[in-house]
Design a binder for this molecule. Structure first.
Ligand code: BTN
Length: 233
């Protein structure tokens, strides 16, 4: 269960970094929100531009976390985002492993960080959801927001409440059912992928996040850590 404690800051460098620095004082499930971030980070060392108007938050997980369960939390978080945006009549698809897209444009991203080897000390789920931003400059053909899609001003805290409600609900469901739901929103099966310079088709995703890729010559099992979204097309 998450969200028993939610702390909101006007500005932080990065909500993930705040959690990392204060980990021993934060209870399992605490959510740290920043109205803006000065050093927001995305996956693979990208910058996550974080001006006022969108939702930026991190969840700290301390109980029941091991390396094996990272993909489970990716699945639960992405589905919670999908469901929270459905409220606005926005149909989101999930680009493996955890990008949320609307008509090919990114509306949300997840950055999971952890400490520990097999049994983790903690896991941080950092989430950015584009809410009221209407100008994306050079990213305008790659990013979108709830406001751009609905033409409405959106209350950011309502989106967070909706996320927390959905996350807790999904976490209590049977994982087989949850995973099938994830697959139904995933746009990756049968897509082409470049892996070590060769072209493959993705034939399946397994419950631990491994993807099976095939071409006429060979088949490989690849972990979600090894794949960059840039390699899809
Ligand atoms: C991505 O798609 O590259 C992941 C983006 C994750 C951004 C969020 S915003 C809240 C949290 N704090 C950060 O510095 N990053 C994550």
């Amino acid at each position: 269960m998450i969200g028993n404690s939610i702390k909101i800051f006007d500005e932080l460098e990065s909500t993930n970094d705040f959690v990392k620095m204060n980990v021993s004082n934060l209870e399992h499930g605490t959510i740290i929100v920043a109205k803006s971030q000065t050093l927001g980070r995305g996956r693979r060392d990208n910058i996550w531009v974080s001006k006022v108007g969108n939702l930026y938050f991190s969840i700290i997980l301390k109980d029941d976390v091991d390396r094996q369960s990272i993909f489970k939390y990716i699945v639960v978080s992405s589905l919670a985002i999908v469901r929270s945006l459905k409220v606005f009549n926005i149909a989101v698809s999930i680009k493996y492993p955890n990008d949320c897209l609307v008509a090919g444009k990114k509306i949300s991203g997840i950055l999971i960080e952890s400490l520990g080897s097999t049994k983790l000390d903690y896991m941080i789920i950092g989430i950015g959801i584009n809410i009221n931003q209407i100008k994306f400059d050079e990213l305008s053909d790659k990013a979108t927001s709830i406001k751009l899609l609905t033409k409405m001003d959106i209350n950011i805290e309502n989106v967070l409440d909706e996320f927390v409600r959905n996350y807790n609900e999904i976490l209590n469901m049977d994982f087989n059912e949850v995973f099938n739901m994830y697959l139904s929103y995933s746009m990756v099966i049968n897509k082409k992928i470049i892996y070590h310079g060769e072209e493959y088709i993705i034939s399946n995703i397994e419950k631990d996040g491994t993807i099976i890729i095939k071409n006429e010559v060979s088949e490989h099992r690849v972990s979600y850590n090894e794949i960059s979204l840039k390699e899809f097309y």
